[in-house]
Design a protein around this ligand. Structure first.
Ligand SMILES: Cc1cc2nc3c(=O)[nH]c(=O)nc-3n(C[C@H](O)[C@H](O)[C@H](O)COP(=O)(O)OP(=O)(O)OC[C@H]3O[C@@H](n4cnc5c(N)ncnc54)[C@H](O)[C@@H]3O)c2cc1C
Ligand code: SF4
Length: 338
């Protein structure tokens, strides 16, 4: 039996005060990741700060024409929110490609950003893992690494970030709103998650005294031409081997704006601005899509069991962009299943 204390936060300032006062405390929202990690003895918070009663559950329109999503909006509510379905269907599609209906009902927006890797060794406390225990070594580099990263890896860690929702948020250029002891601040979505480098224990740039209060979407939603394509071992209830969030704005056949982000390939949702730039101004064609894929994957490096991901990612990018250009999004099969 491992004891821990439980406390409720009354408001955001109280949540910040409580987390700042105890470095071994953790916030709990839906609990769908944290509780599993506690059961597996991977996380051992001495205190859980329940934030589920904070007023962070609404989706509001911003003055700039975008949306501000409270950190406690459940994944299901977000995916089926009329403004998300109409204006940001890429995000709805990505959320519905993840987990199961029951999990999505519990999982929160903030918690989804902070879910931890699904590397088997991270969960197995009998094996060395630099993310779980810095300096102990990485069991995956010479071990079973089929699910692992092909981009942005380091000698310390080759884990991937498991979220689907975050891949769409990266492509949509979201912003994360935080509150901490020093006040409120925002951080671009692409700067929120980190690459492993030599500190794989740090997944994000969130400070220890900060809470996520919201995620903001800019006005541009790419509602006409988008696809979230998730390739996985089973059609449901499995994490991505490779996923692609593709979004285009077309003028006739020409690409006016392009967004491309990948999941399942790196320690963070992988977005490459040069691949997007290479698409702008081009005719929407297989050749242009293949060039963008090659550019995005130019530094990809496979390990013993995951080298197949490089070709898989290349093909998935071309297929996702082709579907986006045709206006036929892929992940519609989950629609209206709660
Ligand atoms: C079997 C299974 C399958 C899954 N499949 C998928 C999948 O295919 N795709 C996918 O994307 N996800 C998948 N998930 C993950 C799921 O989406 C996450 O567990 C969920 O989004 C986490 O949200 P939560 O609110 O439950 O977080 P919690 O478990 O409550 O918290 C997770 C972490 O976030 C911190 N936290 C939570 N909210 C805040 C906040 N506002 N500010 C600061 N810190 C905070 C907590 O302290 C904790 O460290 C799966 C999960 C399970 C169990
Ligand atoms: S890949 Fe990262 S999470 Fe997995 S064993 Fe290595 S250090 Fe740990």
């Amino acid at each position: 039996m491992i004891n821990f204390q439980y406390a409720r936060a009354n408001d955001v300032a109280d949540a910040v005060r409580q987390i700042a006062a105890d470095p071994t405390a953790k916030f709990i929202a839906g609990g769908t990741n944290l509780i599993d990690l506690m059961k597996e003895d991977v996380e051992r918070p001495t205190r859980l700060i329940d934030i589920t009663r904070l007023p962070l559950k609404s989706v509001e329109e911003t003055a700039e024409g975008g949306l501000r999503i409270g950190a406690l909006v459940p994944n299901s509510d977000l995916a089926y929110h009329p403004l998300i379905e109409q204006r940001y269907p890429l995000l709805a599609s990505a959320i519905l490609a993840g987990a199961s209906a029951q999990l999505r009902n519990m999982a929160s927006t903030g918690g989804n950003l902070l879910q931890r890797t699904r590397c088997y060794y991270f969960y197995d406390t009998a094996t060395p893992c630099n993310k779980r225990e810095p300096g102990s070594g990485c069991s995956a580099i010479a071990g079973l690494n089929r699910m692992h990263a092909i981009l942005g890896t380091s000698e310390a860690c080759i884990a991937t970030h498991p979220s689907d929702m975050c891949v769409a948020l990266a492509a949509l250029d979201a912003t994360v709103h935080l509150a901490g002891l020093a006040g409120a601040r925002t951080i671009a979505f692409s700067d929120f998650h980190r690459l492993p480098e030599d500190t794989p224990q740090r997944d994000t740039n969130l400070q220890s005294n900060e809470i996520i209060t919201a995620v903001e979407l800019p006005a541009r939603g790419f509602a006409a031409n988008y696809t979230y394509l998730k390739i996985r071992d089973r059609l449901s209830y499995a994490f991505a081997l490779v996923s692609v969030a593709a979004a285009l704005e077309l003028e006739g056949d020409a690409i006016k704006e392009a967004r491309l982000a990948l999941g399942g390939v790196a320690h963070k949702p992988w977005r490459d601005l040069s691949a997007e730039a290479a698409l702008r101004g081009q005719a929407a064609s297989q050749a242009a899509f293949a060039r963008a894929a090659d550019l995005l994957l130019r530094d990809a490096k496979g390990f013993e069991h995951n080298a197949f991901k490089i070709d898989l990612a290349r093909r998935a990018i071309v297929r996702a962009l082709t579907q986006a250009a045709a206006g036929t999004p892929q992940s519609q099969s989950n629609k209206k299943i709660r």
